[in-house]
Design a protein around this ligand. Structure first.
Ligand SMILES: [Zn+2]
Length: 267
């Protein structure tokens, strides 16, 4: 979303809702009339370009980051895309061990039946044996310099590597959440969110162990990405969980408000 449509989206939201931070939203006695803006994955453009928009409209944002990408590591889904884009799927499938090829390569690599750590180990083994290297993309924020202390920004945990949490053991899930919790806590002055944003964020992507691990790391709520507006509060495995809606269209009328089921005459 370019800055201008972003401005229009947020400005339109402001006409219908009081915009608060995600944590204020979660703590409010009633969420009626409130909305919150969050971003996952820690793209640099949120700060470089988006922040001007949010400053102009005085809207707080919460940014949920992955410790691995903040530290310059290659995002594992980019390795998957690299294999696909270079016509290496067949060669990888002959090479791989212990991965269930149920469906298409892009999809089965993120099915809960295939442990993400194992998938990545197999991809790395394949890439190494075939002499291929995947370059880290340079559009994510770097830690610590680019995680700035700003009145409008709350920083949050989106796990270390953005793996499919439900594919991991309980202890692996704890490590995934704890590493990023410790990383965020290591920089003084940042305002931190008490909610954990679940990678991929759909039902199949987490389980009771995920929620337990988040709780053990001190988190008091969950953010989902099931493509719904948070019309009523829910509790999942004992923690409050909040729905998020990702507008697919920059246009407010057919995109954002339509997804919120506001008639366009309302605008
Ligand atoms: Zn994400």
């Amino acid at each position: 979303v370019a800055p201008e449509p972003l401005y229009r989206q947020i400005e339109t939201l402001k006409r219908h809702f009081t915009l608060v931070s995600v944590d204020e939203f979660a703590q409010a006695p009633s969420q009626r009339g409130l909305a919150a803006v969050s971003f996952d994955d820690g793209y640099r453009c949120i700060v470089e370009e988006g922040l001007n928009v949010f400053r102009a409209l005085n809207v707080p944002i919460s940014v949920y980051v992955n410790g691995a990408t903040l530290s310059g590591e290659v995002f594992w889904r980019d390795k998957v895309r690299f294999i696909q884009a270079n016509g290496l799927v067949e060669a990888f499938e002959e090479h791989m061990r212990g991965i269930q090829p149920d469906g298409r390569f892009y999809r089965y690599t993120k099915k809960p039946v295939n442990n993400s750590l194992h998938v990545v180990a197999e991809i790395d083994r394949f890439l190494e044996s075939s002499g291929q290297r995947v370059a880290a993309l340079d559009f994510c924020l770097n830690f610590p310099d680019e995680l700035i202390a700003d009145d409008l920004i709350t920083w949050g945990n989106h796990s270390h590597s953005h793996y499919v949490m439900s594919s991991l053991t309980a202890e692996q899930q704890y490590d995934e959440i704890n590493k990023t919790a410790e990383l965020l806590a290591s920089k003084p002055g940042l305002s931190l969110s008490q909610l954990f944003s679940i990678p991929f964020g759909e039902d199949k992507d987490f389980n009771a162990d995920t929620v337990d691990a988040a709780r053990r790391c001190g988190y008091t709520g969950l953010l989902l990405s099931r493509g719904r507006a948070n019309l009523e509060s829910s509790v999942i495995y004992g923690l409050p969980a909040y729905e998020r809606l990702m507008p697919r269209e920059p246009d407010t009328d057919s995109g954002l408000l339509a997804s919120l089921k506001y008639p366009s005459t309302h605008v």
